[in-house]
Design a protein around this ligand. Structure first.
Ligand code: ACO
Length: 330
């Protein structure tokens, strides 16, 4: 059977740095509140003219250059995002056009923070079945354009940032690269982390004929999200370990979705592992949703924290709820 390998990674974040101090000038919050509850010191917010597509495009060019392939060899594009430039079509169509990739298949995956692993898993299946040879997989968000940046929206506003990460997944004879992927969803929790509008659900835009602007910004039940995240992350990491007959001691690095440093600490505690093997860059970028894992993976590689032969695990949890993991032998 065919197998798939990540042959190149790249990321891009907008230049506009927003520190906790910057936020506390505009809304009722503080560096101390944000750092103790999330570990975030600063994040990037895309300025008005920069879109999710722009970030995805730049990250893709970086991944293509890192992989050293001819872009014309790419035969599919999958983009994980919840902040596409348009309600439809997806960012993948814009990318396909901008990269001059003729008529190859391109589609978006809306699985929030788990979208990069969902997309990687789909790419892996297309390669295993022999239907594709080189797939561009992207996680990209300019989601801070959607958030309420006033004190009313502070629980969300301080956590999120923008950015994009991309990977080139290639067919290989090396049987041991992407070892397995594991995807889950529990739709009963939709309303604990969601953005209700614009949607087609009756009454989602208006109440008693009055337009409800709050429904056009993300809403989160922070405590519930926290409780479920610290349960599902270890579960799905263990699922990958058991499936591949690995022990946590075999794992060089866990790259969790950068949701919140406190969530990562709680996961490490529950799994009885040292924080040294749980990668974190949330202090620089905040929570970039679908972009967080490919950005973190690219930086971990650049920092020399992953070398050939290392076992790593990617793990995510987010809106839906969705959660997912991927076991990789680098
Ligand atoms: N600055 C100052 N005060 C704030 C802020 C802020 N940015 N946001 C909320 N508050 C206030 C609230 O209004 C509330 O005030 P009140 O008590 O007067 O009503 C108070 O802080 C709540 O404080 P805590 O109870 O200490 O808040 P908590 O410890 O629950 O922390 C947080 C909130 C950080 C959202 C926490 O619930 C959490 O980490 N949840 C996980 C959510 C998360 O990380 N989501 C990431 C996105 S989802 C994902 O990627 C998986």
């Amino acid at each position: 059977m065919n197998s798939s390998k990540i042959i190149g990674m790249g990321f891009y974040v907008p230049d506009n740095v927003i520190t906790n101090e910057d936020l506390s000038q505009k809304i009722d919050t503080s560096d101390e509140w944000i750092q103790t509850r999330s570990g975030i010191k600063e994040r990037r917010w895309a300025s008005e003219e920069i879109t999710t597509f722009d970030l995805a495009h730049k990250a893709s060019l970086n991944a293509i250059s890192n992989a050293g392939i001819d872009p014309q060899d790419i035969d599919m594009i999958i983009v994980g995002t919840l902040s596409s430039d348009y309600f439809f079509p997806g960012v993948s169509a814009q990318l396909q056009e901008s990269l001059n990739l003729n008529t190859i298949g391109a589609f978006d995956i809306k699985a929030a923070c788990s979208a990069f692993i969902y997309s990687l898993s789909i790419a892996d299946q297309f390669i295993k079945t022999g239907m594709a040879k080189n797939i561009l997989v992207v996680g990209a968000e300019a989601q801070t354009k959607l958030i309420d940046k006033s004190t009313k929206g502070r629980d969300i506003a301080v956590l999120f940032g923008d950015g994009a990460g991309a990977a080139i997944i290639q067919k290989t004879n090396d049987k041991s690269f992407i070892l397995s992927t594991h995807l889950h969803c529990e739709g009963k929790n939709i309303k604990n982390l969601w953005m209700e509008a614009p949607g087609t659900s009756p009454g989602s835009w208006f109440e008693n004929n009055n337009f409800v602007p709050e429904r056009f910004t993300p809403a989160m039940n922070g405590r519930e999200v926290f409780k479920n995240a610290v349960k599902r992350f270890p579960e799905v990491i263990n699922e990958a370990l058991v499936y591949n007959k690995l022990s946590i001691k075999d794992i060089k690095l866990i790259i969790p979705h950068q949701a919140n440093f406190r969530i990562s600490q709680a996961v490490a505690n529950r799994m009885n592992v040292d924080m040294n093997i749980v990668y974190s860059n949330i202090h620089k970028y905040g929570n970039t949703t679908a972009a967080s894992i490919p950005i973190a993976l690219t930086e971990a590689i650049e920092e020399g924290r992953i070398i050939k032969g290392d076992h790593i695990i990617l793990a995510a949890f987010g809106a839906g709820y969705t959660w997912a993991s991927a076991a990789i032998k680098w």
